[in-house]
Design a protein around this ligand. Sequence first.
Ligand code: DX5
Ligand code: ZN
Length: 222
Amino acid sequence: MIPKNFRDRVIAPSLLAADFSCIGEEVSRAIRAGADWMHLDVMDGHFVDNISFGPAVVQTVHESNDIYLDVHLMISRPDHYLQRFVAAGSDMITVHVEADHDVAETLRRIREAGCEAGLALNPATPMSAVEPFLDQIDLLLCMTVVPGFGGQAFMPEVLEKITTAARWREEKNLSFHIEVDGGIDAVTAARCYTAGANVMVAGSSTFRAPSMSDAVAEIRNA
Ligand code: DX5
Ligand code: ZN
């Protein structure tokens, strides 16, 4: 799988909104609908107020299909569990700056393991928190909802952070994707592209759409 350039639009349906009784088929459906990446939300019931799935499900997805796996770790100790998500077949591993770990060290280990490294920040976290790590990442995830649940409303105040991230990337001559996650549909995606984001995570608006292909195309062409 060839990694995408940060100038490419990437649509990443979130497995959280899929039918868990047939995960492999749901991922195939996303691929047929035109998905570029699969976004996998790992929640530990501690960093966020919900529990989703762990490395075994990541591995199942990895073995059932050939699609780039964008693994979003909403867990308190990403450093402790990192190796298991590497072994499960993750391509991108995104950790939160707010979690309890040495962020620089975790990012270094993700790349050393042969994965791409992502860093996420919650809507309430200022951009200054991620600034020291921008030369160590392949993706910056600006959460557009408070993480924990699918189906929440997009928070427009995050757009300003996307603009800042894109400006810093330009000024510092860096190279990383800017991803948004939470409440993304064709309407909010258009606003995020304009602000400078290129990776759109979309759960409810893709998996629960009458036509997933139409939904993915609408987000891509927004
Ligand atoms: C939120 C998760 C999201 C979620 C998005 O905690 O990180 O990836 O699945 O779901 P929608 O697109 O339904 O807002
Ligand atoms: Zn996510």
